[in-house]
Design a protein around this ligand. Sequence first.
Ligand SMILES: [Cu+2]
Length: 498
Amino acid sequence: MTVKRTQRKNLLNQSLNDQSSDLYWYNEASKAMRSKDVNDPTSWGWWAAVHQYASNVSQNQYWTSTDVNGERWVTNLDNMDQSGNAQWWAHCPHGDPKFLPWHRAYILAFENALLQVISTLPNAPAQWAMPFWDYTTSGAEGFSLPPAFKVNNNSLYFLNRFLPFSAEQYYSATVTSTVDENFEQYRFAIEGMPHNVVHTGLRGAMRSILTAGLDPIFYTHHCQIDRLWAIWSSISTTTTTYNSDGYFKWLYVEDGIVKAKDAKIALNDCMSTTDIPVTDLSDNLLDTLSYDYETAPFEQQFINSVLTQRTMKAPMASVSSIKGRLPMPEIKTDALEQLIFASSTRQVKVSNSSEQVALKSLEQKSLANTLALTREVSKPEQIHSLTIHIDGVVTDGDSGNYLVILDELDEGSANVQNRWQIGYVSFFGSTVEDGKTALTGGKPMSVRLAVPHEHADQICGQCMNNKRLAVSLVPEYEGADYGVASIEKIVLELKTQK
Ligand SMILES: [Cu+2]
């Protein structure tokens, strides 16, 4: 029999004991896939490897890990046929525009494989879909790991997760604050938060791209990321003009056989979940696919709040409060984006202790000049966004989360006069394995963190007179084993809008 794809639902509302729930069959399918040979494209290990895998799998604690019954998650690991399968493996792009479309297609292909596996199980349901993990729901239960994943009596359990995990501190107004931004700005925002920080905040296998695909929570996390992207697409005010295309191997399973083709996904065409046009696929497989998400209560509330903000021309903070202090230079430029501060040190290394990085005011493009534009126009100029860029990041081991703090220092740069907590970052996906091969295509990655609007106004106001700023990266878990991350530059970017 064939199991048909249905609407994707929130796993928080589902019970493992309920045979009509998608979560029940996710557990059953993962159990069945675990017992299959890693070289079988309907096995758990095969799909984990499509994302990424460690070069020394047989020594890796997660690739060799066992479940509650002592059975390996990856069967026949020692005979992992890299020559035959490697062409489909290790393709995940991070810190890259392809991040969103690639993972969308990956989850869709994984969902296909599960539909295939579920159809072979006794009493299989007529329809099924990948459930999503919505950690944005308020309330302790909503922010934490769903109950079914916490207990060691089913196939959804995985070792070394950080069980006090709560997404509450990670989830900010990231999604709402980027509604009117373009695709690439949005990609930066969502990849950092909540994507990266949920990965590294949960720790265990989820902490590294080399092992993340082994943990069953991983696919529900990416289903949620895809859902947030779908929500953003549906309410975004921007017309995306990002023209680069993403190329990757498109995989699907048909009659137990994996089929793959070189696929080209045009980012501009990927903004809808109901129709993903993929060119260069002669059978037009994806054109016939259609999937959607159930409307969660949060979603309606979320959309309402965004729509309200849009009619108010928000989300933007006003700088009218600091206008009176501005000088009156003759500036006719219409500049909207300005790099206003940058780190002056050549390279910064952070690991598991706090690091403070001094920022230098960029005199040529000073904040005063930018804000002076407000005198030239009839309508007050507004701060659209203030963003911290952390560029050129390479890590030599698993990343962890850092709390990012912006400090205003006194004259001698010794004491902190003002302090703002900006949010969390992690450098998930920037790992260099064996000290030489960067698995993200060899290039260092960039992360960006938006300064909450209520802080941005204040920070810009304060910095007018005092230009001594510093960014501190504070490890979320003191003393934990963080790899060393080397950072090329930290930049503060201000975007203003009339
Ligand atoms: Cu991920």
